[in-house]
Design a protein around this ligand. Sequence first.
Ligand code: NAI
Ligand code: ISE
Length: 346
Amino acid sequence: MTLRFGVVGTGAIGREHINRITNKLSGGEIVAVTDVNQDSARQAVEKYQLNAVVYQDDKTLIASENVDAILVTSWGPAHEGTVLAAIEAGKYVFCEKPLATTAEGCRRIIETEMKKGKKLVQVGFMRRYDSGYIQLKHAIENNEIGEPLMIHAAHRNPEVDESYTTEMAVVDTLIHEIDVLHWLVSDDYTSVQVVFPKKTKYAHNQLQDPQLFTIKTKSGIVITVEVFVNCKYGYDIQCEVIGEEGIAKLPEYSSIVLRKAEKLSTNILNDWKSRFMEAYDVELQDFIDSITKTGEPKGPTSWDGYVAAVTSDACVKAQLTGEKEFITLQEKPEFYCETTVSEIMK
Ligand code: NAI
Ligand code: ISE
């Protein structure tokens, strides 16, 4: 069986995913595309030589009988409406982060999915499929460093444009750490506080950059995450878990080491596309394979999207108040208490 995708949003990551489904992965085919910028949708069809229909909007694309799964790669605020319509139509959904821009929006998605009685949605939290994070999780679960006490993480982008706001440091960037770090230590967040260090001269007037988040978990683990989106030198993702018996660190991107002209040097990547290329491949292949084999996606769920939204709401509030803000989740419905991706990747 081939899973027939309809793509909503043919921008940067939409095209990345179109390319991987068409040219790298197996079992999937792009049969429909749409974008508010119809030229972009047409150009994508041409560029990747797709045998795909260009639809006027997400609603008509979702209604097509030829489409089994909707790939949501539009702007964040548009995700909720598309995801809800897709679930109502009984279609599978792979939705890039964020699932919805508010916790209420995620709850609406959860309620609609539960009413349908079947898991249909996977959220694009690809770090859970990154081999480095998976190795870290195994080290923690195999008790190799004892009880985790602290995590120090950094999320650095070389630069951002004028449209990037202080809040986006949370909803667009930190959201990856928000998802992956509680998954890593199988714990829930309880509070967050934000500090703004001295501002880099490379940030535009309205943007606070860098930012430092201190997040606490139920068991008492203290997590610090530096978000620095004009770090200039490259795309750099760091994560170090400090345990009672030792420390486990996310592996560096592997690259040759050069000894030349009295210098020892190696490369640093410059964007998310290359850093997480393999993780994006594995997550989408898993989406296709799980649906084909079991009838349900097995990756990060709508519940995970909700947890991330509640946490990012608290982080944004903490940016505004400067105070410690609390993170309170609803009780997890039984519906979402099944196989996790960490079990799958073992
Ligand atoms: P982009 O701006 O390059 O592309 C978004 C496209 O969606 C644009 O072509 C726009 O015209 C279209 N669009 C917007 N609203 C629409 C609607 N209602 N219906 C149809 N098309 C619509 O943005 P980019 O970087 O591709 O990001 C898209 C999404 O993917 C965002 O939610 C972003 O947070 C997420 N993302 C995730 C990454 C990851 O590492 N998992 C990396 C980059 C983006
Ligand atoms: C982008 O949307 C992503 O999701 C990238 O993974 C992240 O590193 C970047 O900061 C975001 O803007």
